[in-house]
Ligand binder design. Structure first.
Ligand code: FES
Length: 77
């Protein structure tokens, strides 16, 4: 590893994003956050990475429960 490389040695170290959108799936959020649902209810994250549902079909809303994987591609977020 040389100066300016990331810990994996594959190039410049980039700051980790706060949010990652998974195409056809959830939104990943990193760290200790509060997610507010459509009803205004607030949900605190308790994991280093949490998956927030974007398809609107999760039985564990606002968290992704994997239901999006059973949806036809055109209904996925
Ligand atoms: S995005 Fe995964 S269940 Fe909705």
């Amino acid at each position: 590893m040389t100066a300016g490389e990331g810990a994996d040695g594959r190039g410049p170290e980039r700051p980790r994003p706060d949010v990652v959108i998974c195409p056809g799936g959830p939104m990943l959020v990193f760290g200790d956050l509060v997610v507010e649902d459509a009803d205004g209810e607030q949900h605190r994250t308790h994991r280093p990475v949490s998956a927030v549902c974007r398809c609107g079909r999760s039985a564990s809303a606002p968290w992704c429960d994997g239901t999006h994987k059973a949806l036809p591609p055109k209904l996925r977020p």
